[in-house]
Ligand binder design. Sequence first.
Ligand code: FES
Ligand SMILES: [Fe+2]
Length: 357
Amino acid sequence: MATTAEYRLGENTFARGWHMIADASALGKTPMPVRFFARDMVLYRGESGTPHLVDAYCPHMGAHLGRNETSYIVRDNERIQGESIRCPFHGWRFGPDGRCNHIPYSDQKPPSAAKIETWQVVERAGIIWMWHDAEGNEPDYELPAFEAWDNPNWVRWVIDDLGELPQHPIEVVDNMTDFAHFVPIHGSRDIEYFYNEFDDHVQWQMFGAGHRTLVQEGEGLLELDTWYTGPAILQSSMRGTFPTHMLITHTPIEDGKIQVWHALMVDMGRKATEEDVPMARAYQQASVEAFAQDFEIWTHKKPCFAPLMVRGDGPTDKCRIWYKQFYNPLAQAGDFQKRVNGRHTLVDLRDAAKAVA
Ligand code: FES
Ligand SMILES: [Fe+2]
């Protein structure tokens, strides 16, 4: 596992930003232990259904709030009360603000130190997202809206859990500017255009090309607009008979180790029905198989601290500068953005064709 310090990304070990922490459909009434950002935490739904995320360990005597099946508090279904969670050991209860609000056996008011850390979470598009920020600030950019999720024309995604990858997330983000991997890894051919655009906390990749198997020769292009919103959420829109919207997202478990997920929605161009689901799942499967080609490389590669670049490689140096904004104090983010903001074009035959015409 290569660390943030080894990549010289900045002073914080983990990136500031919105990160996926759970498939919302997996979070029922039972609190879920999760470990991300080298922290043990517990995700639970209050009685309202609203998800809350708190530190796993009780400040009283250190019990884990989410790992217990035999305590009578758990058996008697007293773990969740209102929006609060009760410790299985001696029954101290904590609100979603992290403060202890009840000690069942004591007439003493809960001491002010009886407080656990909490983090902001949002449930959206079938996913529970967490705002992570070493500085403890409120989110400085919005979680993507994922509008297609609420559009009845789209078949919603199911989440592909791709498991853990013993790589620093930078190795995955590098893919955005990696022009030269499309032909050998993804089977692209006749690349028509490829450019990256950096716009503050967002990074774009615009790509249009033929493909060995997906497009017949001379029969148009596979066109993808792909973008990161912050350090960990990649979305990709592909045009075609049925437009698709893909998600790739990753969250650090430890410094240098990530959990990765994939998902894909399909636009039927009319109200989607149950009958459309198998086709949408087949699209999602094809998409995850293409992603697996990247994944295989990441699984076996060694860390790349300094790419040996040649002419024709994409602007990976710029991608890495852009990425540093999330590992340094927010006050410095603008400096990194200024260094890379704008468009960086590798290939654009469309413009060349226009120029000749
Ligand atoms: S350890 Fe949690 S209530 Fe005692
Ligand atoms: Fe790729």
